[in-house]
Design a protein around this ligand. Sequence first.
Ligand code: HEM
Length: 376
Amino acid sequence: MHDKRFELFLKKCTRQKVEKGLIPVLEHVSKLGIQVDLQELFQRFTFDVVGLLVFGVDSNRLSVELPLIPHEKAFDDMEEAVFIRCLMPKSYWKLLKWLQIGEEKKLKEAWEIFDRFLYQSISAAREKLISRSKSPLEEEEEFTVLNAFLADQGGQTDYTCENSNKILRDHAFSLVAAGRDTLSACLTWFFWFVATNPSIETKILEEIKEKLQENGKLRIFSTEELNSLVYLHATLCETLRLYPPVPFNHKTALEADVLPSGHQIPQNTKMLISFYSMGRMHEIWGQDCLEFKPERWITKQGRIMHVPSYKFSAFNAGPRSCLGKEMSFIQMKIIAVALIWNYRLQLVEGHPVTPKNSVTLHMKYGLKVKVTRRFG
Ligand code: HEM
C-alpha cells in the first residue's frame, strides 16, 4: 500500500471517479433540483474505487441511475450482525447461529451473496490479466492489489489455485471493509460540519483561492495541488477526532497484564476502547473538546501539528495502526475540494442527523442535501 505505483494508481482512480461518477450525479441532481443522500453517494464512490484498487474492476455503482446492488446490501447486513456480536455475550449470538435465526441467519445469507461477488470479481480480474500480454506490474495503472499479490507469488500464474483465491478473497474482504465505510463515514460528517458552519466553508474556499490555480470555473484539482491545503487537512482531522469512523476497538488479553494506569487486567479479559469518547475527553483535548475547531491542528507557523496516535486514535495506535491513513487523506481531499469548490450544499430542512449504532460511525438516516452549481 505504500508503493509509489499504488499511490499513483489510487490518485488516478479517485480523480476519474470524481470526474466520471460524482460530478455527473451532482450535475444531474442540481439540474433537477432534487435532494440526494450524500452518505449514499460516498458509499457508492468508495465501493467503486476500492473495487478498482483491489481487482481493477469498476462496479459503476456511482452513476446517475444509482443502481441497486445486492452485494452491497449484503455488506450492510453483515456489518449489523458483526455489531451485535461485539455487544452481546458470545453465548447469545452462538445460540442464534445454531438456531439459524435473527441477525445470524441474515449474516449467513449476506455472507453467501458477498462471497459470490468477491469470487466473481477475482475471476474477472484474473481473466483480464490472462488476456494481457504484458507482465502484471509493467505500468502503474495496473498496480491493483490482485496484480501485486500475483507478483508477490513470484509471477506464478496458477489461476485455478483454490488456496490462493481464498487468500485473495480474504484480503479483498478486509480491504473493502477497511476502505469503503471508513472514508464515506468521515466524508459525510465532514460535509455536515461544513454545511452547518458557514465560516469553515468560507475558510476552505479562501484557502483554495489563495493556494491553488483556480480560474473561477468548474474544475478538478490535481493531487499535488491539494497538499498545500492545511486548513482543509485540519478540518478533516477535527472531523475524525469528534466522529471517528471506527468508534471503538476491542482487544482481549492473552495473558494477565497491568495497564500503564495501574489497572490489573486478568487473562482473557475483553476490553473495549472507545475512540469516540477519547475524542471528547477534557483530559485529552482540553476544556473546548466539544467544540469543532480545525485551528487546534495548526501550528503558529501555519503547518499541521503532529499529534501522537495514542492521543489522536482515529486510525488506531501501535502495531495494528491503519495502513490506509495516507491514502485516506489523499482521497478525502480530492473529493472534498471537488465538491466544495464546484457546488453549494444545503442541508434539507428537518432532516434528522444522528449516529447509527454500528461498527462504523454512519449517519442513521444518511445526509440529505440539495446541490447547486457555483459556476454557470
Ligand atoms: C478515514 C478513513 C479510515 C479510518 C478512520 C481508518 C481507521 C482504522 C482503524 C481504527 C484501524 C484498526 C482496526 C482494528 O484494529 O480493529 C484500521 C486498520 C486498517 N485499515 Fe484503516 N481506516 C481508514 C481508511 C482505510 C483505507 C482507505 C484503507 C485501505 C483500503 C484502510 C486499510 C486498513 C487496514 C489494511 C487495516 C488493518 C491493519 C492491521 O491490522 O495491521 N483503512 N483502520
